[in-house]
Ligand binder design. Structure first.
Ligand SMILES: *Cc1c(COP(=O)(O)O)cnc(C)c1O
Ligand SMILES: [Zn+2]
Length: 551
């Protein structure tokens, strides 16, 4: 089965066969065009065929505008894992929260897809030199693909791109052109440069190849969710309720939405997910326009976010198209978060899920936290968040001081010196915390939050009776107490702890899954240090309360 797409002009409607090096509509000159496929030819037969193919993005070749390249030109693009984010899910009250782990692509961002499909198509049509303008990750992804395919690459980077990323680009043998300006200006310069030399330039959201490549994120999510969720009646594949991504120019969401729409049109999924496009507050033209209901975005002239990956100030028509499509398809929202919220989310995901992501990706997680707290994302929803890599430039600022245990210079007399150093490590003052909860999930999450901080010794009790025994035996410096437990509930535990002299003065933080009635609140009044709602606190909130209670 070999399906070749037709390219349709979004302005005059003209359609033509696809030629990668023809960047505009031959009839009207518009550079807004889109690939169309005969989707009705896909079906159970296609799904059966996929089973025999490797898990990379070329498995969806019938829905791509390029032939799979020879193995010598591939880097293992696509086929990234879909991870269940269990701890974050417990924290946010979202049991079906997944992370599409694009960090595991060849250069750690979803731009690997864009580069792989584009370079494959250009190589097939004989091009030898291409140009990109980038906020960083596109240039890195292209650099790797071009190196392998033997294509010369010019990368126009704004001076805001972190040095570590620039060096990575240069390492691949790319010609780096550093432009001291905004990203939008660097892009303009690159377009001019390419026009003068008659070179192909990746036009971002206006590049058919780039948008088509991003569809494969949707295909993979649908296929992987099907494998991870319990089977049920209906179309063969499953779509999530939400797809979250940090957004700059908008290629990702445009492509992913198109991908889900194609699967829907082919009858493979039963719905198109809502798309959540999250921007950095200091450069959020889309989110601003969305909130005011405008169909065009007002460009942000001088972006003021530290997250350079997300510094597209002028999304142009991409916003208008994306908004139109979101509104007619699965809906969704455009929202913004502060750099600080993103850094906090980044830290949280690293600590509780073992996912170290780049600040841009953390913007999507911060958006998820915000929209979950606003009640838009609900516990019954299946949620997928796009995650990318490249943390190196940022870890230092994120951690601040005191992130390592300093043992200092060890003396020459090895044995005793070493031991003395370890004794010092053992003698730090630690607090003993008892977690009382009948849910193993919650106990594990809270234990993890405390362990990541370092100065706690953690104990657990899964029932009220065990809690009473343990609080006395340990003895605990602090108790974190669940209210709803079978047999002896949290209220009873609290009363008994207060009644026995050995435990009467232990500070108690109550963590509960339900909103309390005024009577219940009154029962806790004056008895506890703090009341926290399950699914509505982050690691830092809890640590702050614990430290306050221990003071
Ligand atoms: C490029 C990029 C974005 C922005 O994506 P667009 O789809 O171009 O808006 C977000 N996060 C990361 C990690 C990126 O590399
Ligand atoms: Zn046209």
């Amino acid at each position: 089965m070999d399906i070749t797409p037709i390219i349709e002009c979004l302005d005059c409607g003209a359609s033509a066969p696809f030629h990668p090096s023809q960047p505009t509509c031959a009839s009207c000159g518009s550079d807004w065009r889109e690939a169309r496929y005969p989707l009705e030819t896909l079906g159970p037969d296609w799904i059966r065929r996929l089973r025999e193919r490797p898990m990379d993005l070329w498995r969806y070749q019938e829905l791509l505008p390029a032939q799979p390249p020879p193995l010598s030109q591939r880097l293992g693009e696509g086929g990234t894992p879909l991870l269940l984010a269990h701890n974050l899910g417990v924290m946010l009250g979202l049991p079906r929260l997944y992370v599409k782990d694009e960090r595991q692509g060849p250069t750690s961002s979803f731009k690997d897809r864009q580069a792989a499909v584009t370079v494959a198509a250009l190589k097939q049509s004989g091009l030898k030199e291409i140009v990109v303008a980038s906020t960083g990750n596109v240039a890195i992804a292209y650099s790797a693909c071009c190196a392998r395919a033997g294509i010369k690459l010019w990368a126009f980077l704004t001076s805001l791109v972190p040095g570590a990323k620039m060096h990575e680009v240069a390492l691949y043998g790319t010609q780096v052109v550093k432009v001291t300006s905004t990203y939008d200006q660097a892009k303009r310069l690159a377009v001019e440069f390419a026009a003068r030399r008659d070179l192909y330039i990746d036009r971002g959201t206006r590049s058919v190849l780039a948008v088509e490549a991003m569809k494969t994120i949707a295909f993979e999510i649908a296929e992987q969710l099907t494998g991870q969720l319990p089977p049920r009646e209906g179309p063969p594949w499953r779509a999530p309720d939400w797809y979250f991504q940090a957004v700059s120019g908008g290629i990702g969401p445009l492509g992913v939405l198109k991908g889900f729409q194609e699967l829907h049109a082919a009858g493979l999924i039963d719905r198109v997910p809502a798309i959540a496009c999250i921007q950095a507050e200091g450069c959020a033209p889309m989110a601003q326009a969305w909130k005011s209901g405008a169909s065009a975005a007002t460009p942000v002239e001088s972006p003021s976010t530290h997250i350079s990956t997300l510094s597209t100030g002028d999304p142009g028509r991409a916003y208008t198209l994306l908004r139109e499509r979101m509104l007619t398809a699965g809906g969704g929202i455009m929202e913004s978060v502060s750099d600080e919220e993103a850094m906090r989310a980044m830290h949280t995901a690293a600590k509780v899920e073992g996912l170290s992501m780049e600040p841009a990706a953390a913007v999507a997680f911060a958006g998820l936290i915000k929209l979950t707290r606003a009640g838009l994302v609900r516990p019954e929803h299946i949620v997928v968040v796009n995650c990318s890599g490249h943390t190196m430039p940022i870890e230092k600022t994120l951690l601040g001081d005191g992130w390592a245990h300093e043992l200092g210079q060890l003396p020459d007399q090895p044995e005793e010196g070493l031991l003395a150093a370890l004794v010092r490590l053992d003698q730090r003052r630690v607090h003993r915390v008892l977690i009382v909860d009948d849910h193993a999930d919650t106990r594990r999450l809270i234990r993890r939050i405390l362990q990541a901080q370092g100065d706690f010794e953690v104990f657990e009790a899964e029932s009220g009776a065990e809690a009473l025994r343990e609080a006395k035996r340990i003895p605990a410096d602090l108790v974190i107490l669940d209210l709803m437990m079978p047999e002896m509930d949290g209220f009873a535990v609290l009363e008994r702890l207060r009644a026995q002299p050995e435990t009467a003065r232990i500070p108690i933080i109550v963590v509960t899954a339900k909103m309390l009635t005024p009577t219940e609140k009154a029962r806790l009044e004056g008895q506890i240090a703090q009341l926290m709602l399950k699914g509505d606190f982050l690691d830092d909130d809890l640590l702050e309360e614990i430290n306050r209670a221990l003071r």
